[in-house]
Design a protein around this ligand. Structure first.
Ligand code: PMP
Length: 435
């Protein structure tokens, strides 16, 4: 979809000061397509030209309650008047750590600002605790823009090699080659490969880091028993299990994927939904590891960690989540998933609608199930993007990148279900007619 004249003019201005005109590469949709947003409220955002979109990107997950959500805004306003950072602990930080412990059952919590920081620190904690250096990740799993895990996040297939022994493909230039010696990756959901990799390499492995549900390859779920096997192997081999719940945390359930699957990580990283879009993240985990953070032990810190504005946002957001906000989010997602499935089946289009309702994905594939990144890589992304482009023109906006799930918020209503399904069916029909 082409952006309107005001968006385009603003984007041209951005290009003069900001590389690619965006502050995160993933936000660039093309020179004539990249929208500039004016504001958001509830379930909607508006671009510079005044076009309104029903938002299912929700900033790639953080906006769990809705844009400019009143209770969050009020708490942040209160905090703003208190001053923001002090290089000392204040009560809001303690309160948020308590809320996280109550919701997720982790023993101890350290706050950070972004998901990237959280995973980077968690890996250090695991290395320090085990005295080992290597990290095992999964193909198609993304853990932020820190160099340690920026390999095989979205590798070209077949460029990533044989699936039983993938080549480590960096996410771009500037990532030290030497780091590829500290990381290994395997396809998700393969029991035999997992066991083989761990049995052969456990003595070097500090941690396994993983998205318990693939939030960056649209909503691919772990097979029954897979997380349990990872947990068991980590216990047997003294490997730290880091569950990266940056996308799933406080979204798929109050206690995140840990609650959904009844599997605990040794360390867990949270970010997006915990602050309804304010920059706050957390590392939670077992006392044995987290209790070792400190001087002359495991380093962790940050000037902005636990600042009053972000913790106030988190306090209000986690309060809403504790009081049942996710019921609405899940209900909405379930209705959309059922509606989309019905449309796809009625139209006879080969596609899967999968994942948890609060962050589900659609994959155009002939396969009856998909379980790993390579399955997604072999699906028809072109059709997906064309449909989504047409939906956007109709004012409904899930992400155009087919790896991104559809993120519901507590501001979505039943009326929005009808609007969204209507836009999806029209867009699908129009695209099918051109094929
Ligand atoms: N982990 C996962 C699973 C993510 O999806 C992301 C971001 N999409 C990150 C880490 C990085 O988080 P942030 O963008 O807040 O640094």
């Amino acid at each position: 979809m082409k952006s309107g004249p005001k968006s385009r003019a603003m984007y041209k201005r951005a290009l003069k000061s900001i590389p690619l005109g965006v502050n995160s590469n993933f936000r660039h949709w093309g020179d004539d397509q990249t929208l500039v947003v004016k504001r958001g409220e509830g379930a909607y955002i508006w671009d510079m030209d005044g076009n309104r979109y029903l938002d299912y990107r929700n900033a790639w997950g953080p906006v769990i309650l809705g844009h400019a959500y009143p209770s969050v805004v009020a708490n942040v306003e209160r905090a703003l008047k208190m001053g923001n950072i002090f290089a000392m602990t204040h009560e809001l930080e303690i309160r948020v750590a308590e809320q996280i412990r109550e919701l997720t059952k982790v023993d101890l919590v350290r706050l950070t600002n972004t998901g990237t920081e959280a995973t980077m620190h968690a890996i250090r904690f695991a290395r320090a605790y085990t005295g080992r250096e290597k990290v095992l990740k999964f193909e198609g799993h993304y853990h932020g823009f820190q160099d340690y895990t920026l390999f095989n996040c979205q590798p070209p297939i077949p460029g990533a090699g044989y699936r039983r022994s993938p080549v480590m493909v960096p996410h771009g230039s500037g990532i030290p080659k030497v780091l590829s010696q500290l990381i290994d990756s395997i396809p998700f959901n393969d029991f035999e490969l997992l066991e083989k990799k761990i049995r052969e390499n456990w003595h070097d492995l500090a941690c396994i880091i993983m998205e318990p549900i693939m939030g960056n390859s649209p909503g691919i779920m772990p097979k029954p028993g897979y997380l349990e096997l990872i947990r068991k192997l980590c216990d047997e081999c003294g490997i730290v299990l880091i569950l990266d719940e940056v996308k799933t945390g406080f979204r798929v359930a109050k206690g995140g994927a840990q609650e959904l699957f009844n599997v605990q990580g040794d360390l867990v990283t949270y970010a997006k939904a915990m602050g309804n879009g304010f920059p706050i993240a957390a590392i939670g985990g077992r006392k044995e590891i987290m209790g070792e953070i400190g001087y002359q032990k495991i380093p962790h810190g940050g000037t902005y960690t636990g600042n009053a504005v972000s913790t106030a946002a988190a306090e209000a957001t986690l309060d809403e989540i504790a009081s049942g906000a996710l019921d609405k989010v899940n209900e909405h997602g379930k209705k959309l998933m059922a509606g989309i499935k019905e449309i796809i089946e009625r139209k006879g289009v080969p596609a899967l609608v999968q994942g948890p309702p609060a962050m589900f994905g659609i994959v155009f594939t002939e396969k009856s199930e998909i379980h790993e990144y390579r399955d997604w890589a072999g699906s028809n992304h072109h059709i997906y993007s064309e449909i989504l482009d047409k939906m956007m023109k109709k004012g409904v906006m899930p992400d155009i990148d087919s790896r991104e799930p559809w993120f519901s918020s507590a501001s979505h209503t039943d009326e929005h279900v009808g609007v969204t399904l209507g836009a999806f069916e029209e867009a699908l029909t129009e695209v099918m007619e051109t094929i």
